[in-house]
Design a protein around this ligand. Structure first.
Ligand SMILES: Cc1cc2nc3c(=O)[nH]c(=O)nc-3n(C[C@H](O)[C@H](O)[C@H](O)COP(=O)(O)OP(=O)(O)OC[C@H]3O[C@@H](n4cnc5c(N)ncnc54)[C@H](O)[C@@H]3O)c2cc1C
Length: 384
């Protein structure tokens, strides 16, 4: 067994760590107060991120991406996630689902997304179809050479600013689902209500509405009726990256709690001298350590090209475990801060709110447990 992270990946991780500390964290308060940063700061962060090679990390080099495997992507996202989603998400990381683009679509969607000229959003969830993705009602009907789309999506991240949407719509009984790439400005396609959320200010969610929205056959991503397969592949990588974000947020919280515990004097001594505080820190560090290695292992397995079903199940395990771990860790770290941790100007207060979403999006903890349990009951063994 080789537990080494090679020099190239270690360098990339270090660079992402420094970028987060120097270029993202200083703007957190601004993003928090203004629900995002002003355009000039956004452009500056993007420019620096592009020069640092942080755009499109997992997209193959032949399309201008970073060409990193899953482990490399995890290592860097872990670092960027130490800041807030409102800043980390300014750095374009086009969805890997876009690798299914045909040549014409690559020119229109993938390559501009890699260069940061166009942004996408991923539109699956609907008011009556969250965990149960088979319940989606947005429909696409073939009329002549075109498809006509009707329906609405909700909770869609970046819906307000995206240049195009990756939209899943029912195209047949079963249901059969097809994935469409739909540009903003297409008649019948509009952004609906913007949602107000608990955390990650600047990384916004909104509804998307389709009313007799006519799109061409060329807008289908992959093959008609094969949208679920694309969706599953996307969710798999999304879940591994969710675990990576949890590692980053948990580590930042632990470091803040450690610093606070060393500085805060009560009863004539730093609270870090109290064994109960030391035990909380020890529990947090241990939980992070164990989850980190499990996450790296799954990412590494993915890079070895292991079977998709195996990775799906392992991704469900680490997504559920890392998000629950981060929730426990950040809660303890806030406790170490005492009342200071409850104050709005404390970064730990922000992390506490931000980390909560990881147990919900990309499939809830309960949905991940369903996947793990199904595999265990069917096969009767636990993947190594
Ligand atoms: C901030 C944010 C950003 C998002 N971004 C996007 C996006 O960009 N694109 C997109 O398509 N979606 C997005 N979503 C939607 C997200 O993926 C869903 O919210 C999530 O999948 C859960 O669906 P739901 O909210 O409808 O909850 P429900 O499905 O209604 O679940 C409610 C509760 O029931 C439980 N539950 C449901 N089914 C089962 C079951 N079979 N067994 C046990 N328990 C069950 C759930 O675990 C949960 O606890 C986003 C959501 C949020 C909050």
């Amino acid at each position: 067994m080789d537990f080494q992270i090679n020099d190239e990946l270690a360098m990339a991780k270090k660079m992402a760590k420094e970028f987060t500390e120097n270029e993202l964290i200083p703007y957190e308060e601004i993003a928090e107060e203004n629900d995002g940063v002003p355009d000039d700061i956004r452009d500056m962060i993007r420019k620096k991120a592009n020069s640092a090679g942080l755009f499109a990390l997992s997209v193959p080099e032949e399309y201008g991406g970073g060409g990193l495997g899953t482990l490399g992507h995890v290592l860097i996202i872990e670092e960027l996630a130490k800041s807030t989603g409102g800043l980390a998400n300014l750095i374009p990381q086009p969805s890997r689902i876009l690798l299914a683009c045909n040549d014409e679509q690559k020119e229109r969607f993938l390559l501009p997304a890699v260069r940061g000229e166009k942004q996408e959003c991923f539109a699956l969830t609907e008011a009556d179809a969250g965990s149960d993705t088979t319940a989606i009602k947005t429909k696409a009907e073939k009329v002549g050479n075109h498809w006509v789309i009707n329906g609405a999506k909700c909770f869609i991240s970046r819906a307000d600013i995206a240049d195009f949407a990756i939209v899943f719509a029912v195209t047949g009984a079963g249901p059969k689902v097809t994935c469409f790439l739909i540009e903003k400005g297409t008649p019948g396609f509009s952004v609906g209500q913007q949602h107000k959320t608990m955390g990650h200010r600047g990384y916004r969610q909104a509804e998307l509405v389709f009313e007799d929205c006519k799109v061409a056959e060329e807008n289908i991503l992959g093959k008609p009726h094969e949208g679920f397969m694309l969706m599953r592949n996307w969710l798999r990588s999304g879940r591994i990256l969710s675990a990576a974000r949890c590692l980053g947020q948990a580590e930042r919280a632990i470091m803040l709690a450690r610093d606070h515990a060393k500085k805060r004097i009560q009863f004539g001594q730093p609270i870090a001298d109290f064994q109960v505080i030391q035990f909380m820190l020890a529990e947090c560090a241990t939980e992070l350590f164990m989850t980190r290695w499990a996450t790296y292992k799954v990412a590494w397995d993915d890079d070895q090209g292991k079977d998709g079903r195996e990775i799906n199940e392992k991704a469900a395990m680490i997504k559920y475990y890392a998000s629950e771990m981060a929730g426990r860790v950040v809660d303890k770290c806030l406790q170490i801060h005492g009342g200071t941790g409850y104050m709005k100007d404390s970064p730990i207060e922000r992390i506490y709110r931000n980390v909560r979403i990881e147990r919900i999006w990309e499939g809830t903890t309960e949905v991940q447990k369903n996947i793990v349990a199904r595999g265990l009951i069917k096969r009767g063994e636990i993947y190594f």
